[in-house]
Design a protein around this ligand. Sequence first.
Ligand code: SF4
Length: 356
Amino acid sequence: MKQEKTILQEVLDRGFSRRDFLKMCTALAATLGLDYSQTNKVVNAMETKKRVPVIWLQMQDCTGCSESFIRSSQPKTESVLLEMISLEYSEVLSAPSGHYAEKSIKDVMEKYKGEYIVVVEGSIPSNDIYLMIAGKSARKELEHVCENAAAVLAYGSCSSWGGVAAAKPNPTGAVPVTDIIKNKPVIVVPGCPPIAEVMTGVIAHYVTFGVLPELDHLGRPKAFYRHRIHDKCNRRAYFDAGLFVENFDDEGSKQGYCLYKVGCKGPTTYNSCAEMRWNGGVSYPIQSGNPCIGCSEKDFWDNGPFFTRVAKIPGTQTTINPDVVGAAVVGATIAGVAAHGALTALDKKKKESKDK
Ligand code: SF4
């Protein structure tokens, strides 16, 4: 069971050429945000490193995160699954089931002590009766599987923050992974679901550099969560110009105006949707005409309802509203958003009075 072959050897053994291998490395380098001249680092890592064993646990989840993951396009999931990682246990993707699947977990824990990664999808109920896995409570299973792990990836908003199961009144007492696992590095990859390439990017970083990527104060990989959706949004020019969709079927909607007034949470949401987009970079919700619902932010269900304008910055008394000039704002970011709104609203009003 022990992986002896390097990733390059695995690739060649599967019938791919060295050219295919170099293409994969170039795609990985782009996902990691490395410039072209640094592709060699990825090539060197893949030529010398072995695949990373992964145990993928599913807790209180809808399997949306797995669905998103298997649609990764850069690198393609088959590249990640077959060449970079060795997926030893997954309730959705593993071939074995029952006792055989349980044996896979045991084998990995013994043979890859301190080397394997645990991916967790879904929140964990505080009350044990709500989720049992192979006769053990979800909490005990998580603690047990993480015992010998190198790191834990909380994949999706449920495992990162509690998600929909933790929304009021939180009947199962759902908690995120970080409430339970305190003695291992936990990387938080929120989103409902997260962007597949973010997950593959985190794994690729670990394989390439042998260390976890740099994280922000909430434990998210900085490379993918450093910008607000609003900062990179394709409709941002309309926000700055004070041109908003007022109703989903109005003329502004047809023109692709800013969705802020119909509830877009882009100004308060940190994620890579506007940069990486979905389905191989084809589109993302705002581009398709749907306001951002802030699914990667803490308590996003309770921050709703969706499609109503952001009344307050979550966790503060601060309002952001482009109709209200000079609203109280906190911090440079929020001040920037409000100032944009204020100035553009003023410009618009001036223009309207001139036109009259
Ligand atoms: S409010 Fe939403 S739609 Fe408008 S620019 Fe910001 S992120 Fe884009």
